[in-house]
Ligand binder design. Sequence first.
Ligand SMILES: [Zn+2]
Length: 674
Amino acid sequence: MRTPRLALIGAISTAALFGQASPAPLPAKVFDPSAIDRTADPCKDFYQYACGSWLRNNPIPADQASWGRFSELAERNRIILRAILDAAAAAKNRDADTQKIGDYYSACLDENAIEAKGLKSLQSEFAKIDGMKTAQDLAPVLAHLHRLGINVLFNISSGQDFKDSTVVIAQADQGGLGLPEKDFYFRDDERSVATRKEYVAHLTRLLKLMGAPEAQAAKQADDVMKLETAMAKASMDVTSRRDPASVYHPMTLAKFEALSDSFAWSRYFADLQVPKIDNLNVVAPDFFKGQEELLKTEPLPVWKTYLKLHLVSSQSQLLPKAFDKEVFAFEGTFLTGTKEQKARWKRCVRATDGDLGEALGKAYVEKTFGADGKARTLEMVKKIEAAMGQDLTQLAWMTPETRKKAEEKLAAVTNKIGYPDKWRDYSALIVKPGDAMGNSLRANEFEFNRQLQKIGKPVDRNEWEMTPPTINAYYDPQMNNINFPAGILQPPFFSKTADDAENMGAIGAIIGHELTHGFDDQGRQFDAKGNLEDWWTESDTKAFQEKADCLVDEYSSFVVGGGVHLNGKLTLGENTADNGGVRLAYMALMNILAGRTLPPVDGFTQEQRFFLAFGQDWCENDTPEVEQLQAQTDPHAINHDRANGVVQNSPEFRKAFSCTVGQPMAPAKACRVW
Ligand SMILES: [Zn+2]
């Protein structure tokens, strides 16, 4: 529940967090004239015009599924992080955080030690799984695996109560699938059928690596596929999960446990070491009813195989090469079209950021992000918030009553820029030299514990859900805040030397995007305090929905790689934010200029450069596999459509590029929510 609740600027799973090896390229320009394809017509295909030359000159590296402007920045970030980690690994007389990141990183790099340990590093976990005698024994084993961060069967976590954002409660949710999403188990097109076949073959190969004889491995893989298919059947799909009302079912612990009363809940919760729970949010009650059926029908050996496979799969990077290669062949090559596994150091930088993000982030921020960066960003945020206030007063469809509430919500938005005021305390986490698997599992357990211990405590409004080097941003509807990690506040998204037109087009549109999330189809259901509370009049709700439906239809008409259509409902929130974000950034730019005209650059006016800088945020080459995967699982439209989908609705864009109504980027019917 934690990640899907947030409204991010970009896809996390595939959007090129890690890229090519050194040397570090020079910082990219915010507006890059050399990226433009001047043979293209901006009124016919704006994305091709803004990015065409960049796309031609930047093929996807073999170790990537996508390569875009986010990846270029990730490239530079990664090199900075590597230098920090190398120094931390070698330093003498280290402070506690430096010891942790240094030893974590070097243990992760030590492939010889990992190879030598073999599967022994998971021996005690296997022993627990193999030791189960009855279905009742599933409870303590699941508690153990959940504490280690292994996503099996269901998830327990903590989160703010939808109806009272000051309180942290427990949450129970579906989980444990090996394919990316529910529908992957049921779609009957050619690619989906092939994916399931390949998944079973992959599980078979993994089981053989784990020591199962050939014939037995195939049968076991089939059984696990049947189990996961039944779990998927009881699961909610990714589109339904976007509706807050569909994922909010508060109930007493007793009522929750009764949904699946064959499960030994009291043993489970005792072993989980969770604070006392009276009430919790059951995100997907039907899943637990489905679980009850499975507990009664699935034989224990199938559960054992399922648990072991997921444990091995999730920790494969810290197991011998054969396991790592097998998991990459399916999850990397087959699912995303990535040809080569990333260099070890890149993956270890990522793992250290994932497990010790604020210890590494502290060193990163000292090197890269000054107080001036924070002040300038905050200034832009204030201008965009002012533009939203202005926008609210001009909306013809909104009644004064709802407008007043919207203004209250806008005024209550808080901004977090760069990095946390107070860094996370990792002192309870033990990191040992030469123990890559142990470090990873202890870090998972540390994080799991940290999340669970929040239950019943006051909400920490200073906490960050992204680490400082992350090249992304998010709006959190329950906190009613926007969050910009230091990672994204750099070229090509923001530069001290770019002018206002370019910075507003690039980072301004992203700031506007996050702010608009507070008012998209999801965000609008939460009030100024972050509570799920309907503050809209009936007529305003109706007007909003009609306007949102226009975007659903527009984006559903876009076709991506493999002939798959975008899902206009799944991407509605992000598309609303993209469209609103560009409008707000443009308004803010006009307010800043107040009638002044900036000198043209390379023959492009300030308005043209605003839109080009926006379009160039999204320059990215993707494999067809990634486009299809993203279209089926990700609430963000693919980059081509994020750029073109927005300008098609923008009268300012038409004017800037002198497009005539009826051209592809200037359709007769344009959509506008905010
Ligand atoms: Zn977003």
